[in-house]
Design a protein. Structure first.
Length: 264
């Protein structure tokens, strides 16, 4: 097991943080693990969820007519399952609308994803995969998760929402990528830059781009992982910055060119 990295290398909070090791490794599951309720009190109504989404997206342009409704579908499923499985600590409709759905929407609109194969590494509750798939129906999105109960949620949500461009795999990310090349690997609230490139070092030739979702201190984390990224052949290409409303702060997408070319 790798020692904990120093503070400068810790990932920004952009959602529900889970480590690269947690998403990659597949330990024997404890039957009681992940079953503690996360949401205390009654679940928000569909009307409350939709109101929060409408408010969060008020300044956005070209939002498809049914996009917010589909996000609400996912949010209802997420909050229901979250009573039994640890999927998200962000549970208020307002915070979910901004920190999950709007964040992922902005990323999808800022990135060239048309016709590309996207791999959501350590998808957890389905972020960024589900909102990205909804925002760009002409890309294919694979939600990869190794924790069985989270996989069951992703499968149930994918079936319920009937999205033709979404698939779910229960696997360690590096194992699946070893068998199937993709165009883009996305990692959100996963781990530090250094730990993420280390996780992907053996399959770095199986994809073209690595996109990391980060917060306001992205530059510090990028510098801390720069030497390791370069050593493993990940070349920093650009950063795309944007800001979320309601004092949710700044966000950044770190885009690395991977050594691969197997994405198809």
């Amino acid at each position: 097991m790798q020692p904990n990295p120093p503070a400068a290398e810790e990932p920004d909070e952009v959602g529900d943080e889970h480590t690269a090791e947690e998403s990659s490794a597949k330990p024997e599951e404890n039957p009681d693990q992940d079953l503690e309720p996360i949401w205390e009190g009654p679940l928000p109504s569909r009307k409350q969820i939709m109101s929060a989404l409408v408010g969060a997206f008020a300044e956005e342009k070209d939002v498809p007519p049914d996009y917010l409704e589909r996000c609400a579908d996912h949010a209802e499923l997420l909050l229901d399952w979250n009573q039994r499985v640890n999927l998200t600590a962000i549970t208020s409709p307002q915070d979910m609308a901004v920190k999950h759905y709007l964040d992922c929407w902005k990323a999808a609109r800022l990135l060239p994803l048309l016709g590309r194969k996207v791999f959501d590494l350590g998808s957890g509750g389905g972020f960024p995969g589900f909102p990205v798939a909804l925002a760009e129906p002409n890309c294919s999105v694979t939600l990869c998760e190794s924790r069985g109960r989270r996989v069951r949620f992703l499968e149930a949500a994918a079936a319920s929402m009937a999205l033709p461009n979404v698939s779910v795999v229960e696997a360690r990310g590096e194992d699946h990528l070893g068998e199937a090349g993709v165009d883009v690997v996305m990692a959100r609230a996963l781990s530090s830059v250094r730990e993420t490139v280390r996780l992907l070092r053996k399959v770095r030739h199986r994809f073209n781009e690595l996109i990391l979702f980060k917060g306001a201190t992205w530059s510090r984390e990028m510098r801390a992982g720069e030497r390791e990224a370069q050593r493993l052949g990940f070349h920093f290409d650009t950063v795309v910055e944007y800001e979320l409303p309601n004092d949710a702060g700044k966000r950044a997408l770190l885009i690395y060119r991977a050594p691969g070319g197997a994405g198809r």
